[in-house]
Design a protein around this ligand. Structure first.
Ligand code: AMP
Ligand code: MG
Length: 487
């Protein structure tokens, strides 16, 4: 097997990471391999056995050209600053440049302790590994910016959590693993020089067009905020709750990073929280835009020494950019909502229309995902799916009327509108009850349900008759649902 590594972070950012090594797994066994992603990354596995693939993506055998390292980072966790976090259970093997020139980190997650592990074991259990694999691939298929999953390998070891679980390693592919927390670490411990170097590296890697800006660090802040606004709007649009929006889990690339206690909402409720540790609902569904704003303020603080070094007057600019986050988010969110509702042009009544919708969805406990597909069916002249969702047939009659008026006003072809809605409103998401059942089976040695579910969520928008059961909300007997942190 050949991976064409080109390790820019390792080679040019000495002092920003700690060299590290994977622990030896007892008996690696391949659970899943993402052939399409491997092909895209030009990872040549022709002739490689599953055993050989498992050895590499469990950390047993270091591939040629790898320079394994752990990233240093800090972060605000639930609002409190932890000056020293870092990759405690992750190991960067190296970077690969895809045919289109895009650069990707190839990282093992769960391959044993690093210099940043503190009291942790650096290991990962099979459940969370397969959960991240599944959910990240589902997000990618929905078009949500995200890290990807290349491989899942069982290690043959037992990992002790609240009880012992089979261990596993996830291979994560990311545009980079530079986080808000990475900037915070170097701002807190090293000062302006290091922040400038990290910012320059980030710009060069992710946003080379910003290098010529009058103040590139200010431009970086602006760009990252734009990406985060788009990302969180996308999350809300598919009912996704990240669960741990700590600043160490916010990638400056704008990709969804670190799938821990994340989950998708079934019935709409703006305060939905799944994470067992989020007792105050800090990261509830509807709070995600505010938290993103808060995280971007922390990013601005970390970048300030660099921004100031170019021009002290730009500090005021940075403040203004952060202050404008709610407005910018609203724009991204409204655009997404219009697409979901099949609306072509914006209107000053949009805010009322959307508020009214969320009120009604919550009042009637409507399944968020099914609802938008049912609306499209209504445009096709079939009101059965919507009626089936609403306990009282006329429950949302006035809202539906208003929405239909907006659609009709645009004088567009209804079939075309319905198709456009179906292209942005997923039919198949990783439903919590199905994810749990798949993970339970996998832990007991049967990968079948997990593979089937993965195949379904890789095609979120196209309706298939034999996938009917995957579109259904959880049965009444399921829940309340709780998710747990930690891989
Ligand atoms: P997370 O909640 O996944 O964002 O992780 C927060 C921090 O805890 C990161 O620095 C992780 O590397 C570290 N961490 C989480 N689990 C472990 C573990 N099992 N062993 C070592 N470090 C860990
Ligand atoms: Mg994390």
């Amino acid at each position: 097997m050949k991976l064409a590594f080109d390790n820019s972070f390792h080679d040019t950012m000495v002092g920003f990471y700690a060299p590290a090594h994977a622990a030896q797994p007892l008996a690696p066994k391949l659970l899943a391999f993402n052939h399409a992603l491997a092909a895209w990354l030009k990872i040549n596995i022709v002739g490689a056995s599953d055993e050989a693939i498992a050895r590499i993506f469990s950390g047993q055998k270091l591939p040629d050209g790898a320079n394994p390292l752990a990233f240093a980072y800090a972060g605000h966790q639930f609002g409190h600053f932890s000056p020293q976090l870092g990759d405690g259970r992750a190991l960067l093997l190296g970077e690969i440049v895809a045919p289109d020139g895009a650069r990707f980190d190839i990282q093992l997650k769960g391959s044993g302790p690093t210099p940043f592990s503190r009291n942790g074991d650096g290991k990962a259990a099979i459940g969370p590994v397969l959960r991240e694999y599944l959910v990240s691939e589902a997000m990618a298929a929905m078009g949500v910016p995200t890290t990807r999953s290349l491989a899942a390998v069982a290690t043959g070891d037992r990992v002790q959590r609240e009880r012992a679980h089979p261990g596993a390693v996830l291979t994560r592919v990311a545009s980079s693993h530079i986080r808000v927390g990475t900037f915070q670490f170097f701002a807190a411990h090293y000062g302006a020089d290091h922040v400038i170097r990290l910012s320059d590296y980030s710009i060069n890697r992710h946003f080379p067009d910003l290098a010529d800006a009058a103040n590139p660090h200010l431009a970086l802040l602006d760009r990252v905020i734009g990406l985060q606004c788009g990302l969180v709007a996308h999350w809300l649009g598919v009912g996704f709750i990240h669960g741990v929006m700590n600043t160490d889990n916010v990638a400056i690339s704008g990709e969804t990073l670190d799938y821990g206690p994340c989950a998708f909402m079934d019935r709409f409720a703006v305060n939905t929280v799944f994470s067992s540790i989020d007792v105050n609902g800090r990261y509830a569904y509807g709070r995600q835009p505010q938290i993103m704003h808060w995280n971007m303020a922390r990013f601005a603080e970390a970048l300030l020494p660099a921004i100031h070094a170019v021009d002290p007057a730009d500090v005021e600019q940075a403040k203004a950019i952060v202050a404008a986050v709610p407005e910018r988010f609203r724009e991204a969110w409204f655009a997404r909502m219009r697409a979901k509702l099949g609306l072509v042009v914006s209107d000053e009544a949009d805010a009322d229309l959307f508020d009214g919708l969320f009120d009604a969805l919550e009042r009637h406990s409507v399944d968020f995902t099914s609802f938008f597909r049912a609306l499209a069916m209504l445009l096709r002249g079939d009101d059965a799916p919507l009626s089936a969702l609403l306990p009282r047939r006329d429950g949302m009659a006035s809202w539906i009327d208003n929405w239909r008026k907006r659609i009709d006003l645009a004088k567009v072809d209804l079939m075309e509108r319905a198709a456009a809605m179906d292209a942005v409103n997923p039919l198949y998401i990783p439903r919590n009850h199905l994810v749990e059942a798949a993970l339970e089976a996998a832990e007991a040695g049967d990968m079948g349900p997990w593979r089937d579910l993965l195949e379904v969520v890789r095609h979120p928008f196209e309706s298939r008759d034999d996938w009917e059961v995957y579109a259904q909300p959880a049965p009444e007997t399921f829940g309340p649902y709780t998710t747990f942190c930690g891989t």
